[in-house]
Design a protein around this ligand. Structure first.
Ligand code: DI6
Ligand code: FE
Length: 404
């Protein structure tokens, strides 16, 4: 297998250390068989790697490939008309009565076949890839009935066959109560969410299980029933928690050893401590905060104080976050939430890998996957600083592309 070496680079390895970005200047990286074989200064290159083909990257910055750990990129239709209605003065209820809101996406998703779901999602995934994405999490949750939920997950799996990107799927049957179950949410959990989870798992479609714990969605006791099934199937859990109010969702998730609690604007210190004890990651989603014009900020200082790792994700979805840029997500996290550019980069690399339970990526170190992004920037802070500018020079997925 071909072996090559990238040199004349600044390397933001993002391994946990006290050094900013764990940056190595004048670094080099040896890539072999899809993995990182060695990292260090060129003049220290061991004899065993001397024969590698060399690629001079002209002083460019290399980071781990970006990871979007929370998306709903597979869905039918769009909600642009609804966006326009709202800006022309229509109220939420009026839009709902006119068939808008999450239910319109559910209708469009149910009406779409597998091919359409895939075709519609690909441009969104491509936009993320164009900014250095190498791993993406994709949720179901707009089918809300057995076959449509399975189709969403099949579409997510298919994307990994069509694009050089790794996909982690998440089952989100407990996203909303579909109109045919209005007022019967417990029945929806028992008759649809749980049996569909079992079927999806049997088909190998589920890597993790999520829910939306909120007044407008599901109560903690209902989520707990879904999580009990996940546990019985050996699947990890995560939760949309404390987005619009505090129902103790993060604490519940922590009690199930969750990978992450996501949104968490209304999270309190008790919940932060529970997450710290469970080693759960806090996933910050500034796109939804921005789109909904929320004012309650996630408790960044408390997360720092208790050492809860913070990940950042697009939450790409047609309603609350029609966002397909991780670079803009990083900028929003810095400007809206005062996260540092270093925290923002860790949020889409090392901590996003943690949020997906992946320990083979998210940092640049020997033995990790050769998923890398090469940037035309002088300093890593530029990735968070610019708005609407894409400085990606090359993306390397599993060591498959030689950027020279
Ligand atoms: N939180 C949200 O903000 C979205 N889903 C969720 O769990 C809303 C999804 C939509 O409006 O389509
Ligand atoms: Fe979400």
């Amino acid at each position: 297998m071909k072996k090559w070496i990238l040199y004349n680079i600044q390397l933001a390895t993002m391994v946990a250390s006290s050094l900013p970005y764990s940056l190595i200047k004048n670094a080099s990286v040896v890539i072999e068989a899809g993995k990182i074989a060695w990292v260090g200064p060129l003049d220290a290159l061991p004899e065993t790697h001397q024969a590698a083909e060399r690629c001079d990257l002209g002083g460019r910055l290399v980071t781990p490939g970006l990871i979007d750990c929370h998306t709903h990129v597979v869905f039918g239709g769009d909600r642009a008309a609804e966006f326009e209605m709202r800006l022309n003065g229509a109220g939420y209820e009026e839009i709902a009565r006119a068939g808008g809101g999450i239910n319109s996406t559910v209708r469009a998703t149910r009406a779409a076949n597998l091919e359409t779901l895939v075709t519609d999602a690909l441009p969104r995934v491509d936009a993320l890839i164009a900014e250095g994405l190498t791993t993406i999490e994709i949720k179901s949750g707009y089918g809300l009935e057995r076959d449509a939920e399975l189709n969403m997950l099949r579409a997510a799996r298919r994307i990994a066959d069509l694009r050089p990107v790794m996909v982690k799927t998440t089952y989100l049957g407990a996203h909303a109560v579909p109109s045919e179950y209005a007022g019967r949410d417990d029945a929806y959990i028992d008759e649809v969410v749980i049996p569909t989870l079992c079927d999806a798992h049997a088909e190998g479609l589920v890597d993790a299980v999520d829910g939306f714990c909120e007044g407008i969605a599901f109560q903690p006791a209902q989520i707990a029933r879904v999580f009990d099934t996940a546990r019985a199937l050996g699947l990890p859990v995560k939760l949309h928690a404390e987005q619009l109010s505090n129902l103790g969702g993060a604490k519940l998730a922590a009690s199930y050893g969750a990978l992450s609690a996501d949104h968490i604007e209304y999270l309190d210190e008790d919940g932060v401590i529970a997450m710290a004890q469970a080693n759960a990651t806090g996933v910050i989603l500034p796109g939804a905060f921005y789109t909904l014009r929320e004012t309650q900020q996630p408790p960044i200082d408390l997360l720092r104080k208790h050492g809860v790792p913070m990940a950042l994700a697009t939450d790409c979805n047609p309603g609350s976050s029609p966002l397909t840029s991780l670079l803009l997500t990083m900028n929003m996290a810095c400007t809206l939430f005062r996260m540092t550019p270093e925290e923002a980069l860790a949020g889409v690399t090392r901590n996003a890998a943690d949020a997906l339970g992946l320990d083979d990526r998210g940092v640049i170190a020997a033995g990790k996957r050769a998923d890398l992004a090469v940037w035309d920037v002088a300093h890593p802070a530029e990735l968070s600083y610019r708005i609407g500018f894409n400085p990606l020079y090359q993306r390397i997925f599993q060591g498959q592309t030689n950027p020279c």
